[in-house]
Design a protein around this ligand. Structure first.
Ligand code: SAM
Length: 492
């Protein structure tokens, strides 16, 4: 059977299985019996440019409408997995130091280990085979990020995954998992599934895996969720289970922004439309507010246009303590403009040390201190960005060219062995192919693994390209501010 045909049959039996568990996209009053849980409000579709498989509106949908409900019994949690598996439950109790996420990862692998005999088998077959989160990045992809902060985040993510795997190995051996489920690769699959697919529930920090609900692709929070209508409608809210929402402010923001949650009164996970949708539109979910690096870290993708993107630039050491801003507030926005905190810090630094006391109140008001100060501040910022860009191994333009080349390369070489390349390969691609041992006896095989590997590397290149674009935007912005001041001065 063709792979696509098998996939379609698997999906069909999954949607039937989901309907039997009470998952439904029908209005609560409806009593329609169906062999699919979808079809009334949603259907599964493919969106190659926005997340791949996702959910589309089966009819015109109004903002605030309930579009999917998943009963508690259909949620896959550590608790529900242990309830049906005494051996798992007993073994887990012997390892109290494991975190709730590690327990869910082991329970997930333990379930996959059962194969077809697992009651969750139709659902498990819908999971991706591998992920592109930062923890999945190899050394080459990590270095390809080029920016120290991002390299550090990726190294940390991959070290953390390995440490957590090591800690959980004893439990997995006790459960007598098959060798292929004891590997780091299997662990990365389980932790990638948890990181990119779980939803918040109040009774387990690791969250739950929510069949069908985890088919919603992501849209960044925008204007439609910034008003108070959702709270006015009294909807429950959920938090993405990812450990990213650290501060109270972030938690509060996430509560406002997310459009799905577990509702105790109906014992179901409920999903609401966050805006009006026309029939056929992709229906999206906001998992939270993320920069592109955070999206990569937790979900393995990034957005070309991310309103929440932030480019952090290394400042002089004393600048971090000069004002009372937290470091996370000192960044460039996607349009290149400095954040309020960064702008005021740079302005303050541009004041001679002896005069700083007298301008403290003005700095925090967000006002320009003087035209001279503004010019010095903007010059400093533009120079900083230029210096950072100058020392990076590639320019934004080169990254853009490499991305186009890789896009064409993947299109031309769909699969199979490649003996002769149509054009000379870019140096970085040669280094990539060599580091991944993709060539054997002069022949490059475009296997599924090679393709995935290139796709993952493309994400690293795209990330650094977008970072550099913000720094360029900043240089343009600073130059415009300076030119504006100079031209006003010359008129006066
Ligand atoms: C909860 S799943 C969504 C459904 C997923 N597409 C599937 O086929 O199972 C989250 C994953 O979908 C992909 N994704 C979601 N939104 C995306 C977007 N806007 N652009 C690209 N990929 C996206 C990412 O791979 C992410 O880790």
């Amino acid at each position: 059977m063709e792979e696509a045909e098998a996939e379609s049959l698997n999906l069909k039996s999954f949607l039937k299985w989901a309907a039997e568990l009470g998952i439904s996209d029908s209005p609560p009053t409806s009593t329609i019996q169906s062999d699919s849980c979808l079809g009334q409000s949603l259907f599964v579709s493919n969106f190659p440019e926005a997340g791949g498989r996702g959910l589309a509106a089966a009819r015109d949908v109004r903002k605030g409408e309930l579009i999917l409900s998943v009963p508690k019994g259909a949620l896959m949690t550590s608790q529900s997995l242990m309830m049906n598996d005494e051996a798992l439950s007993i073994a887990v109790k012997k390892h109290p130091s494991l975190s709730s996420t590690q327990i869910l990862a082991v329970a997930l692998l333990n379930e996959v280990n059962k194969g077809k005999s697992s009651r969750w088998w139709p659902y498990l077959k819908q999971f991706p085979r591998s992920y592109d989160t930062l923890a999945d990045f190899g050394k080459f992809e990590i270095q390809s990020l080029q920016i120290d902060d991002a390299i550090w985040a990726a190294q940390k993510a991959s070290q953390k995954a390995e440490e957590e795997w090591n800690e959980a190995t004893a439990l997995m051996h006790e459960l007598k998992l098959k060798p292929q489920f004891l590997t780091l690769k299997a662990w990365l699959w389980a932790s990638g599934s948890i990181s990119s697919r779980t939803m918040h529930i109040p009774w387990d920090e690791a969250g739950c895996l929510c069949p069908v609900g985890d088919f919603f692709n992501y849209a960044a929070p925008g204007e439609e969720t910034s008003d108070s209508e959702d709270q006015a409608a009294g909807k429950a809210s959920s938090l993405p289970e990812d450990g990213m929402l650290k501060s109270e402010t972030e938690l509060a923001a996430a509560h406002r922004l997310i459009d799905a949650g577990y509702e105790k009164d109906v014992s179901s996970y409920c999903f609401y439309a966050r805006r009006d949708y026309r029939k056929g539109d992709q229906v999206l979910l906001c998992y939270g507010t993320y920069t592109n690096l955070e999206l990569l870290q937790h979900y393995g993708f990034l957005l070309m246009e991310n309103p929440n993107e932030k480019a952090f630039i290394p400042l002089e050491p004393d600048m971090y303590s000069l004002c009372s801003w937290e470091n996370e507030l000192l960044y460039l926005q996607p349009d290149g403009k400095p954040s309020f905190a960064l702008l005021s810090t740079v302005r303050f630094c541009a004041v001679p040390k002896t005069s700083r006391r007298s301008v403290v109140h003005l700095v925090y008001s967000g006002n320009r201190l003087s035209t001279e100060n503004e010019v010095v501040a903007m010059r400093w910022l533009a120079k900083k960005c230029r210096t950072i860009l100058d020392i990076l191994p590639t320019t934004a333009e080169e990254d853009g060219n490499l991305l186009s080349f890789l896009g064409e390369f993947l299109d031309i070489h769909q699969s199979g062995e490649i003996k002769e390349m149509s054009s000379p390969l870019p140096t970085e691609l040669c280094a990539f192919i060599k580091s991944k041992n993709l060539v054997s006896e002069g022949i490059f095989a475009m296997s599924r693994v090679a393709r995935r590997s290139i796709e993952r590397w493309k994400l690293a290149i795209l990330w650094r390209h977008l970072y550099k674009r913000i720094l360029w935007n900043c240089i343009v912005h600073c130059t415009e501010v300076i030119n504006d001041i100079v031209s006003r001065d010359s008129i006066q």
